[in-house]
Design a protein around this ligand. Structure first.
Ligand SMILES: [Ca+2]
Ligand SMILES: [Ca+2]
Ligand SMILES: [Ca+2]
Length: 490
C-alpha cells in the first residue's frame, strides 16, 4: 500500500485548493489496510459488511452494520477471536421466519484462520448472529476441525436463506484437496454432518474453489474445479434436503471440442465456476480452454433443482471459439413475467479481450442462438481494462458492475462503473454509470460486491483514496450515477 500512499500524497500536494465531496461512505473507521470486503443486504433492509484488517496488531475479521439502509454505519466490531491471523472473510445474511413471522436478521461469517498451526496452515472458522449483528457466539466455531493445524483448509463460501445456512470449502486432510459442504436448517444452532462432494477416492485428485447457491427452502448447490482426470473439469452437486445428503458430483464441461469430438474428462482446463439459482433453475458459468489457447465462457443450466443439466455446455460468446480471452464470468437469474417464453432468464457477464484490453459483455439464456452478446462498458472498445465483473438481480432488474481503467486524465487508477437492465437483460443503458464518488482515475478500487434492494444498488469495495486500503459503501437508485464535486478547500 505504500505505493498508493505516495501517489495520493503527491496528488493532494499538487491540488491544494480542491477537496472532494462524495456521496459514498468510508465505513471501516480505521487507517489499517483492509482486505477482502464483502457486503450482504437482507430483504428487510439490514446491511452488513465484513473485511479483514490488523488494527489490533494481527489480522482479524471486522464487521459493521447499518440499521437505516446504509445512511449510517455503526462502529465496527471484531467478530473473530483468534490470536493468529484471520483472513479472507465471506458473509451471508437472511431474514428468517419464525412463529411470529419475519424474525430478526441472521448474519453468518466464515474465514480462513491460522490459530491452530505453527506452520500457518489455515482452518475454516465461523461466527453467527441471530439478532441482526448485535450479539455473536461466545466462541468462534471451527468448521473443519484440524486441532493441530496439519493441513490447509481454504476458500470458504457461505450462503443463507430463511433458517438455512451452508458453508463450503476445500482442504488437504487426505492428500490432494477435496471439497466439503456443511448445512444447517436451524440458523446454525445444529448442523448436518459435513459431506465430501468430489466422488472419487479421498485425497486423490485436486478438487477446489467451490461456489455455492441456495434457495432457503432445502435446496443448495455447489460447483467446483476438479482435476481427478488430468486437466481441470467443472463439477456440481445438489441437495434437496437441507444438506443432509448431496447428489453425486456431475461433470458439466461436456460437449465437442474444436475438432468436433467430445471433450474427454481431464483434457482441457476449466476454471472458476460461478453458480446462482432462482426457483427451480440453477446456472453455472466458467472459463474453459477447450477451443484453443484463449479461453471461452461456457455454461450449463438445470431447471429441476440441479438434477438434470445440459447434455453439452453452451459457449456464451458468438465470435470465433478459442481466439480471444474471455474470463471470470458472473451469473445471476431474474424473473421475466412479461415473456411469453421461459419466465426465468439466466444472465451471464464476463470480461472479454476481443478488442484488445478487456471489455464487459453480457448474454442471456435462453436466446443464446438468436441474440448476440451486448457490450456493457461504453468507453472506447478495448481502450481501457474493464474487468472483475459482478452481477446482482432483483425481480426483472439486472445490474452488472466492474472495475474500469478507461480514464487517463487522473493518476492511472481504476474507477467503478455499472450498467443496468430493468427488462430481464433485454435492453441496457446506452451509457454506463459511475459507482464510486471520486474524480476519475485518482484511486484504486478493488473487491467490489453489489446487491439490489427495492430498486437501489448497494455496493461495497476496498478504496485507496485516503492513502490506506479502506472499505467504502455506496447506495444509488438504479439508473443514477454516483457524483463527486470539487469544492474549494477551506
Ligand atoms: Ca479430490
Ligand atoms: Ca475441462
Ligand atoms: Ca473467447
Amino acid at each position: 500500500m505504500r505505493h498508493y500512499l505516495t501517489c495520493l500524497v503527491l496528488f493532494v500536494a499538487c491540488t491544494p485548493n480542491v477537496v472532494f465531496e462524495s456521496s459514498d461512505l468510508q465505513i471501516n473507521a480505521s487507517d489499517a489496510d483492509s482486505t477482502h470486503a464483502r457486503l450482504c443486504v437482507t430483504d428487510q433492509g439490514g446491511v452488513y459488511a465484513v473485511w479483514a484488517d490488523a488494527r489490533d496488531g494481527t489480522d482479524a475479521i471486522w464487521l459493521t452494520r447499518s440499521l437505516d439502509r446504509g445512511e449510517t454505519f455503526e462502529a465496527p466490531i471484531r467478530v473473530s477471536h483468534g490470536q493468529a491471523r484471520s483472513l479472507s472473510p465471506e458473509l451471508a445474511c437472511a431474514s428468517p421466519r419464525d412463529a411470529t413471522g419475519i424474525a430478526e436478521d441472521a448474519v453468518y461469517v466464515v474465514w480462513e484462520d491460522t490459530r491452530d498451526s505453527e506452520l500457518e496452515n489455515r482452518n475454516i472458522y465461523f461466527q453467527r448472529s441471530v439478532d441482526a449483528g448485535a450479539t455473536w457466539l461466545d466462541m468462534d466455531l471451527a468448521v473443519s476441525p484440524d486441532p493441530e493445524g496439519r493441513n490447509m483448509h481454504l476458500g470458504p463460501r457461505v450462503v443463507a436463506g430463511n433458517n438455512e445456512v451452508y458453508v463450503t470449502w476445500f482442504d488437504g486432510r487426505a492428500g490432494a484437496f477435496d471439497v466439503y459442504v456443511q448445512g444447517s436448517t436451524t440458523r446454525a444452532e445444529t448442523w448436518n454432518d459435513p459431506v465430501r462432494l468430489d466422488g472419487d477416492a479421498t485425497g486423490a485428485g485436486y478438487s477446489a474453489w467451490p461456489d455455492i447457491a441456495s434457495d432457503g427452502e432445502g435446496h443448495c448447490y455447489v460447483a467446483w474445479e476438479d482435476s481427478r482426470d488430468g486437466a481441470s473439469d467443472i463439477y456440481v452437486a445438489a441437495t434437496g434436503n437441507g444438506g443432509f445428503s448431496f447428489s453425486e458430483g456431475q461433470r458439466l464441461d461436456l460437449g465437442p471440442d474444436v475438432n468436433g469430438t467430445a471433450d474427454a474428462p481431464g483434457s482441457h482446463d476449466s476454471f472458476r465456476p460461478r453458480i446462482a439459482t432462482l426457483g427451480s433453475s440453477v446456472a453455472v458459468a466458467w472459463h474453459d480452454e477447450r477451443f484453443g489457447p484463449a479461453r471461452d465462457i461456457l455454461m450449463s443450466v438445470s431447471t429441476d433443482h440441479g438434477v438434470a443439466w445440459y447434455d453439452e455446455a453452451v459457449r456464451v460468446e458468438s465470435n470465433q471459439p478459442g481466439f480471444y480471452d474471455s474470463i471470470n464470468p458472473a451469473v445471476g437469474l431474474v424473473d421475466n413475467p412479461a415473456s411469453s417464453g421461459p419466465q426465468t432468464v439466466v444472465q451471464v457477464a464476463w470480461q472479454d479481450a476481443r478488442a484488445d484490453a478487456y471489455d464487459v459483455f453480457h448474454r442471456r439464456v435462453p436466446e443464446i442462438d438468436s441474440v448476440e452478446e451486448t457490450r456493457l462498458d461504453t468507453g472506447s472498445a478495448g481502450g481501457g481494462q474493464s474487468l472483475n465483473v459482478e452481477v446482482a438481480t432483483e425481480g426483472s432488474t439486472v445490474v452488472v458492475a466492474w472495475e474500469d481503467r478507461r480514464d487517463d486524465s487522473g493518476e492511472g487508477y481504476n474507477d467503478l462503473y455499472y450498467n443496468v437492465s430493468t427488462d430481464a437483460g433485454e435492453t441496457w443503458l446506452a451509457t454506463d454509470l459511475r459507482l464510486d464518488s471520486i474524480a476519475p482515475g485518482t484511486s484504486f478500487a478493488t473487491d467490489l460486491t453489489v446487491d439490489l434492494l427495492d430498486g437501489e444498488i448497494y455496493a461495497l469495495w476496498v478504496d485507496g483514496r485516503n492513502g490506506s486500503a479502506d472499505v467504502y459503501f455506496q447506495r444509488l437508485p438504479v439508473g443514477e450515477a454516483a457524483e463527486f464535486e470539487r469544492v474549494p478547500a477551506p
